[in-house]
Design a protein around this ligand. Structure first.
Ligand code: PSU
Ligand code: MN
Length: 304
C-alpha cells in the first residue's frame, strides 16, 4: 500500500526523528463546515498544532495519492469544492485511488492512512457512530469498525446526539475500543459537555493517556482509542437549544429521505441553520481544544 502513500517532507522528517505528529481529517473541511470558514479553520488548526510543538498532518486524497500533510493549496481545493469532493470512507478508498480522484477522508480513512504512515495521534471534532433508528436502517459509521482494528488514538469531543450515543458506546465496547474521558467520567456530546452516559475511566493528564496507549499497543491489543475531550464550558451550547435543533433536523432528514453518507453533512448543516450559526462556532472551538490536547499527548508519547 506504501506506493500510494505520499508523506509531506516536513512530516516525514518528524516521523523519522521521533518528533510528535498529529493527524487531522479532511471531511470536516469539505463536508463538515461551509466555505471559506472551513479553510480558515483548517489552516488555524495547523497553526495551533505548530504553536503547541507538534507537526500537523492534514490527511486527504489528491489525484489518487494518500496524502499525509496536505499543502495549503490542497486544503484550499478541498474546502472550495466542498460537497463536490467525494467523502471517502473505507469502502470508497479503492475506487477513488484507482481512478486518481481527489477525496476527503473521514475518521475511518484518516485513521487508516495515519497508521500506514506511522502517525498515532489524530485530532478531530466528533466521530461517526450508531445512528438513531439504526436497529431499522443499520446505519452504523465505518469509523467504529476502524476504531476496532487500527492503532490510532482519536481525540474528539465525543459524538453528536444526532447519533444514538448509548448504542455507539455499546458498539465500541463490543469492538474492544477504550473510551477515555479527559477530566470527566461522562461522555461529552460534542456541543455539550454532558450526555447522561457514563464512561468507565476518567483520565487526568496527557501523560496518563500516552501511557495507556503505549501499554495497549505493547500488549498487542490492536485497535484505536477514543479520547473524549469535552467542549470548554464557555463555548458549550445550551442543552435544550441544541437538542431541539437536532430533533428538528432529524425530522427534516426523514421527510426528505436523506440517507447513508449524506446524513451527517445534512444534519450538521441543518443544525447550523436552526441555531443561526451558533453550532458552527461551537464546532470550531471544540476542534481547537482537541488539537491542543492531542499535541500534549503526542509530545508525551514520543518520550515513552
Ligand atoms: N462529525 C462532525 N463533522 C464531520 C463528521 C462527523 O461533526 O465532518 C464526519 C467525519 O469525517 C466522520 C464522518 O468520520 O462524518 C462520519 O460519517 P458517516 O456517519 O457517514 O460514517
Ligand atoms: Mn452511515
Amino acid at each position: 500500500m506504501k506506493q500510494y502513500l505520499e508523506i509531506n517532507p516536513i512530516v516525514k522528517e518528524a516521523l523519522e526523528n521521533n518528533k510528535p505528529v498529529v493527524a487531522l481529517e479532511s471531511t470536516i473541511i469539505s463536508h463538515g463546515m461551509p466555505y471559506p470558514k472551513n479553510v480558515e479553520v483548517a489552516l488555524e488548526v495547523e497553526r495551533l498544532a505548530r504553536e503547541n510543538g507538534v507537526v500537523p498532518a492534514t490527511i486527504g486524497i489528491i489525484n489518487g495519492k494518500l496524502k499525509v500533510g496536505l499543502t495549503e493549496d490542497e486544503i484550499n481545493l478541498l474546502g472550495r469544492e466542498g460537497l463536490k469532493v467525494p467523502k471517502v470512507s473505507r469502502r470508497d478508498l479503492a475506487y477513488v485511488v484507482s481512478n486518481k480522484l481527489n477525496g476527503a477522508t473521514t475518521v475511518a480513512t484518516t485513521m487508516l492512512i495515519s497508521a500506514l504512515a506511522g502517525v498515532k495521534i489524530f485530532a478531530t471534532g466528533g466521530i461517526g457512530g450508531v445512528h438513531r433508528n439504526a436497529e431499522v436502517t443499520m446505519d452504523i459509521s465505518a469509523d467504529l469498525e476502524e476504531l476496532g482494528q487500527t492503532n490510532v488514538a482519536v481525540i474528539c469531543a465525543g459524538a453528536k446526539s444526532i447519533l444514538d450515543l448509548k448504542l455507539t458506546l455499546e458498539y465500541l465496547e463490543t469492538k474492544g475500543v477504550p473510551v477515555l474521558g479527559y477530566k470527566t467520567k461522562e461522555l461529552p456530546a460534542f456541543y455539550t459537555r454532558k450526555s447522561g452516559f457514563n464512561l468507565d475511566y476518567k483520565i487526568e493528564t496527557p501523560n496518563e493517556f500516552a501511557n495507556i496507549l503505549k501499554t495497549k499497543w505493547d500488549l498487542g491489543l490492536n485497535g484505536g482509542v477514543v479520547i473524549a475531550n469535552p467542549i470548554p464550558e464557555e463555548f458549550a451550547m445550551d442543552y435544550d437549544v441544541i437538542t431541539n435543533a437536532i430533533n428538528e433536523a432529524i425530522v427534516e432528514a426523514e421527510e426528505k429521505g436523506i440517507k447513508g453518507k449524506d446524513t451527517t453533512p445534512f444534519l450538521l448543516d441543518k443544525v447550523k441553520t436552526i441555531t443561526a450559526g451558533k453550532s458552527l462556532e461551537a464546532n470550531i472551538q471544540l476542534v481547537f481544544n482537541n488539537v491542543k490536547l492531542a499535541a500534549e499527548i503526542a509530545k508525551e508519547l514520543v518520550r515513552l
